[in-house]
Design a protein around this ligand. Sequence first.
Ligand SMILES: Cc1cc2nc3c(=O)[nH]c(=O)nc-3n(C[C@H](O)[C@H](O)[C@H](O)COP(=O)(O)O)c2cc1C
Length: 308
Amino acid sequence: MKTRISELLNIKYPIIQGGMAWVAEHHLAAGVSNGGGLGIIAAGSAPVEVVREEIRKAKTLTDKPFGVNIMLLSPYASEIADLVVEEKVSVVTTGAGNPEKYIPMWKEAGIKVIPVVASVALAKRMEKHGADAVVAEGCEAGGHIGELTTMALIPQIVDAINIPVIAAGGIGDGRGLAAVFMLGAEAGQIGTRFVVSHESIVHPNYKKRLIDSRDIDSTVTGRSTGHPVRSIRNQMTRQYTRLEQEGKSFEELELLTLGSLRKAVVEGDINNGSVMAGQIAGLVSKEQSCKEIISEIIEEAEKLLKID
Ligand SMILES: Cc1cc2nc3c(=O)[nH]c(=O)nc-3n(C[C@H](O)[C@H](O)[C@H](O)COP(=O)(O)O)c2cc1C
């Protein structure tokens, strides 16, 4: 399955592992890259020295390319923008904003730049500012989301720009990957299914909760604040929704979510923590290695797309 994305990123299969704060550290990133996809370390809101350490550890586990996802709302975003240049990271993806001020510096360093977008307007703007590709993410995805579904978003972005498009949001197996190829995407970015991989360091409670989830178990909180997040419904999301309905301020709501992803990922508190996951969690039924996940998805997609 050769596409402009697999050529651009020098990877065997057009599968990217989504940057996931707290989840996507060196074990997961190296596992995906060794399995033939592109692994990504998520910087989240971590300080620069923590991210540097993650990059260096990943380099000891894989000689394949991997990327770093920079969350632009992080207080350390600009330091991490410099760090990826110093550490000669191959690929940068960005979330939660517009990375255009950093693009010239990254391009000069030979880094491939792939912003995550949820609208045609931002995709066009990123192309104009020199991005190599975009990740177009539909609102089925886990974590921070936009408005449009993957099904509606991908073909509109594909028609609007000339650089290649990576689809994200709701891809859980080979059918999902084949479907986004039919919509014009040239790779799939997967988050939720990789959370439940052997290499993923999330607490066993988190993995079990995802394996046990049904189709309707995820919910979106934070629409009233302009920062919607998809996670598995639990005590925390119910309380959040109640406070949202009472018209509480962004600051008050933030108090509830501060540190909540860490609480679920590290401590395994799946009732009071934020169990971020996409709608496709209902399809994820077992824990496998990254290599198995990738091979299974590619094999199924190739069969459906009739690629020999
Ligand atoms: C637990 C979790 C944390 C995430 N954190 C980030 C993040 O820090 N930065 C980012 O750009 N996307 C983040 N995402 C989105 C993923 O990178 C990816 O685009 C998304 O999971 C794809 O959709 P899927 O969950 O349906 O596979 C996160 C997703 C999950 C499930």
